[in-house]
Design a binder for this molecule. Structure first.
Ligand code: SF4
Length: 440
């Protein structure tokens, strides 16, 4: 547990220890306590997180160059974005015409693009440009959809607001717009899967063994043509609840597409995912696939020996907490802290059920609290996003960035990669040289 006296009075409800009798779940789903610097991102970035990987559209950021740069790197991958590069003059006199001209110029630069996504940032939201009207006018001029993404950074207290706005854009303008209506018997969609370092390919390989075909993955495999046909899938597989659930619920209501929430991280989660999906489709041979997977993960045995009993702290965006806690437990590690930037009660309930008594559950921690936790508990590994990387490293704690940067972590083969990478990080000789800082 963190030192309660050192937490700001409004923060103590956001930090609980499983099994200590003080509270079951941390308070969550709220704006950051004023005065604290959160690890969260803005709504604009949340929209970029969802939409950046769509390949055949133009991404045009209506805002200053800084927002465009921020939004061009998503999951540590660099994407091409266009920008209106708003300056002081535009803020004073308005930038509607500049945006209109920017759409025309962007389409002239990339004439094969099927649509243009125009993202509103804080500045665009504040000066009140009529984004919808300008996009409609520009669409007539360029002869293709020009779609406003009304995601100024201030329109929510975390990137989650941007996820929802982006999901609305996909539903309103892209999903199910194809002419063909008949269902594709073996077609599935993956919702909340962004193809980090080949995760999607590994999931696809496993689903192909069940005789299934991924029509569309939002948004790791989400060309406009794939999205147009997504309503023909027999099943929506939700891989990340935070970025996929809203799409799944809306598609169930609109097209009657059933949904299954699964995870492909860790052996047991992957096996259970294949069993649930196989049962839905009445697929034969699921146990053979799982058995093959069991033999594949035996390759992780040498790494598991090195990891047995090592302590790990996990910090994610939101809904991966529970399934990743299970995957790290399968590595033989003890999860001592689990937290998120903007998890909801369901995320924490799921995570809390999968960790041992004594594990700290922490919601939206500022860097100072993470530092206090690391100094006090000195885990053997900290798993988090880029923002936490240098904090952990400076305190002498090995760090695994997630979403990962090196190899696929999904499926059976991904589990072996995860074990190899974690064992390499935890056992790296450099940490013996790192000075460990005293407790505060
Ligand atoms: S908070 Fe506003 S100004 Fe900052 S990156 Fe997000 S959209 Fe741009």
């Amino acid at each position: 547990m963190l030192d309660a006296e050192k937490l700001l009075s409004d923060r103590w409800r956001h930090v609980v220890t499983k099994g200590d009798g003080t509270a079951v779940l941390p308070e969550c789903g709220r704006p950051t306590v004023p005065g604290l610097v959160s690890e969260r991102a803005c709504a604009f970035y949340g929209a970029r997180w969802m939409l950046a990987a769509i390949p055949d559209v133009i991404h045009l950021v209506h805002g200053p160059a800084g927002c465009a740069y921020f939004g061009s790197i998503v999951r540590r991958k660099s994407y091409r974005v266009f920008s209106t590069q708003l300056e002081e003059r535009d803020i004073v006199f308005g930038a509607g015409e500049k945006l209109y001209r920017a759409v025309l110029e962007a389409v002239a630069t990339d004439p094969g693009a099927r649509a243009v996504l125009v993202y509103a940032t804080c500045s665009a939201g504040l000066i009140g440009d009529d984004l919808d009207g300008i996009c409609k006018r520009a669409a007539r001029a360029v002869g293709r959809p020009v779609v406003p993404v009304n995601s100024p950074g201030f329109c929510g207290y975390s990137q989650a607001a941007g996820h929802d706005i982006a999901a609305g854009v996909l539903l309103e303008h892209f999903i199910g717009t194809g002419k063909a209506q008949e269902p594709i018997a073996n077609g599935v969609n993956l919702l909340g899967e962004f193809d980090v370092m080949g995760d999607l390919r590994e999931i696809e390989r496993l689903l192909q063994q069940l005789g299934l075909r991924i029509l569309c993955a939002f948004s790791g495999k989400a060309a406009t043509t794939a999205m147009a046909d997504a309503h023909r899938a027999r099943l929506n597989i939700v891989h990340c609840r935070r970025t996929g659930q809203r799409l799944a619920d809306a598609m169930q209501e609109r097209f009657g597409t059933p949904q299954l929430k699964v995870s492909f991280f860790g052996f047991e989660e992957t096996a259970s995912a294949l069993r649930s999906i196989g049962k839905f489709f009445g697929s034969a041979g699921v146990e053979e696939i799982v058995e093959r997977g069991r033999r594949e993960v035996e390759g992780a045995a040498p790494f598991l020996k090195k990891l047995a009993g090592k302590r790990v702290a996990l910090f994610f965006g939101a809904s991966r907490m529970g399934t990743m806690a299970r995957a790290f437990a399968e590595l033989g590690m003890e999860v001592v802290m689990i937290g998120s930037q903007f998890g909801c009660l369901e995320d924490y309930r799921d995570a809390g059920a999968r960790v041992r008594a004594g594990t700290v559950l922490i919601d939206d921690p500022p860097e100072k609290e993470l530092e206090e936790f690391i100094r006090k508990h000195m885990p053997h590994l900290f798993v988090g996003g880029t923002k936490e990387k240098y904090l952990a490293t400076k305190l002498g704690v090995p760090f695994l960035v997630f979403p990962q940067e090196t190899s696929c972590f999904a499926g059976f083969r991904g589990f072996v990669n995860l074990a190899r990478e974690v064992a390499g990080l935890v056992g790296a000789p450099v940490w013996r040289l790192a000075g460990r800082l005293p407790e505060i």
